[in-house]
Design a protein around this ligand. Structure first.
Ligand code: NAP
Ligand code: 12T
Length: 341
C-alpha cells in the first residue's frame, strides 16, 4: 500500500532524457507528491515542463535547492551529483542518485528493489541511495532468482546498448547521422568518437588502464555489490549499437549446482519484474522494440550451454530509460516513502 503521507520531491536533471522519464514515472505510478521541484542547469532557465497537467517552471540547481524537500532524484551527471548530493543530504532531503558517483561508496546502498530492497535501510549513513547502472539492473533482475537457487559462479555478458543511455545529444546524433547517410550527405561525429549510425562501437564510457571500459567495470563491481557476493566472477564487453531505446544483453552463466534450461524457464516465469519471452520456433524472443515503454525485464533464448557443465545462455532486454534508470529510482522512492520516511 502506498504511504498516506505526501512528499516534497525534487528532480535534478529534469530536462534530460532520464529526468523527463523520472517525472513521467512519478506521475504514472501516482507517487504521493505534495510539491515537485524541477531542477536543471542555467541553460534551461525559462523552460516549463508539464506535471499532472500543470506547467512547472524549471529552476536552476543550487546548493540551497533542497531546503524543505524530502526526496531528491538526481540524474544530472556524476560531477553534479558529487557536488550537490551532500547539500541535499545536509538539509535532510534523501538523495536517490542515478549517476555512477556514489555507487561503490561502501556507505551508500546500491538498490534494485526486486533483489535487495532491504539495503534501502542504509540510506541513513549518508542520506544517499545509488541507482545502479542500466545494464547491471536488467542483468541482476534476471539472474538473482537463479543465483538464489543454484549459486552463480561466473557471468560472461556482452551488451548491445541503445544511444539513449548517453542522453539527449546522443539520441539526436543517431537521428541526424542516419538521415545524413541515407541522403548521401557527410555526417558529423560529436558525441561518440566514431559514427554510430549503421555501426557498432565496442566502447561505452571511458577506457581504463586495464583495457576495459568503465561501463564494463561497473557491471563487474555493481553486480557483486547488489547480489551481496564478492565471489561471483563477472566479465563484460559493452557495445553501443544504433538503437534509440532498449538495451539487449547476451548472458552466459556457470552455476555452482545442477541447472537446466527448463528449470531456469520455470523459475523465471515466477520471478518479480521478469517476463519470459521464449518461443523461438514461432520467432518469439525478447526485442528492444517490445521492451520499450514498459517496466519488465524480458528474458528468452534460454538454452543449456553445451560446452560446459551447469552453463546457461540467455538473451535479456529492458527499457534502459525506464527500468534501467527512472522506474528503478521511483521504486526506490516508493520503498523509502512506505517504510522509512
Ligand atoms: P541528458 O539527456 O544529457 O540530461 C542531462 C541533464 O542534467 C539535463 O537535465 C541537464 O540540464 C542536467 N545538467 C547537466 N549539467 C548540469 C549542471 N551543471 N547543473 C544542473 N543540471 C545539469 O543525460 P541523461 O541521459 O538524462 O543522463 C543524466 C544522468 O543520468 C547521468 O548522470 C547519467 O550517468 C545518469 N544515467 C544513469 C543511467 C543508469 O544506468 N541508471 C542511465 C542513463 C543515465 P540542461 O538541460 O539544463 O542542460
Ligand atoms: N556513460 O549510469 O553512455 O553510469 O550509456 C549509464 C549509461 C553511464 C551510468 C551510457 C553511461 C551510465 C551510460
Amino acid at each position: 500500500m502506498m504511504s498516506k503521507k505526501k512528499f516534497n520531491v525534487a528532480v535534478a536533471g529534469a530536462t534530460g532524457a532520464v529526468g523527463n522519464q523520472m517525472v513521467s514515472c512519478l506521475e504514472e505510478r501516482k507517487f504521493p507528491i505534495n510539491s515537485i521541484k524541477l531542477l536543471a542547469s542555467s541553460r534551461s532557465m525559462g523552460r516549463k515542463m508539464d506535471y499532472r497537467g500543470d506547467s512547472v517552471a524549471v529552476e536552476e540547481l543550487k546548493e540551497s535547492s533542497f531546503k524543505g524537500m524530502d526526496i531528491a532524484i538526481f540524474s544530472a551527471g556524476g560531477g553534479t551529483s558529487e557536488k550537490f548530493a551532500p547539500f541535499a543530504a545536509k538539509d535532510g532531503c534523501v538523495v536517490i542518485d542515478n549517476s555512477s558517483a556514489w555507487r561503490m561508496d561502501p556507505d551508500v546502498p546500491l538498490v534494485v528493489p526486486e533483489v535487495n530492497p532491504h539495503a534501502v535501510a542504509q540510506y541513513t549513513n549518508k542520506g544517499i541511495i545509488a541507482n545502479p547502472n542500466c545494464s547491471t539492473i536488467q542483468m541482476v533482475v534476471a539472474l538473482y532468482p537463479l543465483h538464489k537457487k543454484f549459486g552463480i559462479k561466473r557471468i560472461v555478458v556482452s551488451t548491445y546498448q541503445a544511444v539513449s543511455g548517453t542522453g539527449k545529444k546522443a539520441i539526436e546524433e543517431l537521428d541526424s547521422q542516419t538521415r545524413a547517410i541515407l541522403s548521401f550527405k557527410s555526417c558529423e561525429n560529436k558525441v561518440y568518437p566514431h559514427t554510430i549510425a549503421f555501426n557498432c562501437l565496442p566502447h561505452i564510457d571511458v577506457f581504463l588502464d586495464n583495457g576495459y571500459t568503465k561501463e564494463e567495470t561497473k557491471m563487474v563491481y555493481e553486480t557483486r555489490k547488489i547480489l551481496e557476493d564478492d565471489t561471483i566472477g563477472v566479465t563484460a564487453t559493452t557495445v553501443r549499437v544504433p538503437v534509440f531505446y532498449g538495451h539487449s544483453e547476451s548472458i552466459n552463466i556457470e552455476a555452482k549446482e545442477n541447472i537446466s534450461a527448463q528449470e531456469v524457464k520455470s523459475i523465471l516465469k515466477n520471478a518479480p519484474g521478469v517476463k519470459v519471452v521464449d518461443d523461438p520456433k514461432n520467432n518469439v524472443y525478447p526485442l528492444a522494440i517490445d521492451a520499450v515503454g514498459q517496466d519488465l525485464t524480458l528474458v528468452g533464448r534460454i538454452r543449456n550451454d553445451e560446452s560446459i557443465k551447469n552453463g546457461i545462455n540467455m538473451w535479456v532486454v529492458a527499457d534502459n530509460i525506464r527500468k534501467g534508470a527512472a522506474t528503478n529510482a521511483v521504486q526506490i522512492a516508493e520503498i523509502l516513502a512506505n517504510k522509512y520516511l
